[in-house]
Design a protein around this ligand. Structure first.
Ligand SMILES: [Zn+2]
Length: 199
């Protein structure tokens, strides 16, 4: 960064210095709605001649980060990390979501803030495997790898599988037990002590 003072782009005088604003509140539009965005200790540049204030790139970045928080959108690094965790390249993920690769890239660098509906799309993509499969992502991407059962003989593994099937059958048959109170094994319910039985 070149040394101060800079030339003011408003009045033309070389009187622009850096300055830290204790608090800065502004209204920012996103996706067709205005949001109030407030940040503290914002480093800006101000002209001592005419009072013109400009926001350098780091300040703009802080405002857009805050805007994301206010709107409730995923952060750029979060999008990148979650994509990488699925083992997908930008090109691949952009293909599955049917967005331009450049768009996804800008969401990840923070150069562009995703629309709210796109944020929901990303959230569904990252969190729901069925949704990814629906969009054509091969299931090995991000699928939970279930470790094989070790330290068991082939026989005991077969027994375990059988036991699981029996348990599942039993669970499935439970509702019919509950429906019929005359079925053996139902617990008899006694009325609370302060309640008299009528009839
Ligand atoms: Zn000025």
């Amino acid at each position: 960064m070149k040394p101060f003072p800079w030339k003011c782009e408003s009045c033309g005088h070389r009187e622009v210095y850096s300055e830290t604003l204790g608090e800065y509140t502004t209204s920012m539009d996103h996706d067709g709605r205005p949001y109030e965005v407030r940040v503290t200790n914002l480093d800006v540049v101000r002209c001592r001649g005419c009072g013109f204030v400009a926001l350098p790139n780091p300040a703009l970045r802080r405002l857009s980060d805050r805007l994301r928080e206010v709107v409730g959108l995923m952060r750029p690094e979060e999008i990148r990390t979650r994509r990488e965790r699925l083992g997908l390249t930008q090109k691949e993920m952009a293909h599955y979501l049917q967005v331009a690769e450049g768009t996804l890239s800008r969401w990840e660098t923070g150069a562009q803030i995703q629309q709210r509906c796109m944020d929901k799309l990303l959230l569904g993509f990252f969190e729901v495997e069925e949704f990814r499969r629906l969009l054509g992502v091969p299931s090995q991407h991000g699928a939970q790898v279930i470790p094989p059962i070790t330290g068991m003989t082939a026989e005991s593994q077969t027994e375990l599988k059988k036991a699981n099937v029996i348990a599942w059958t039993y669970v499935k048959s439970m509702p019919s037990f509950a429906k019929n109170s005359s079925e053996p094994g139902q617990m008899a319910l006694s009325p609370p002590p302060d309640m008299r039985l009528v009839g």
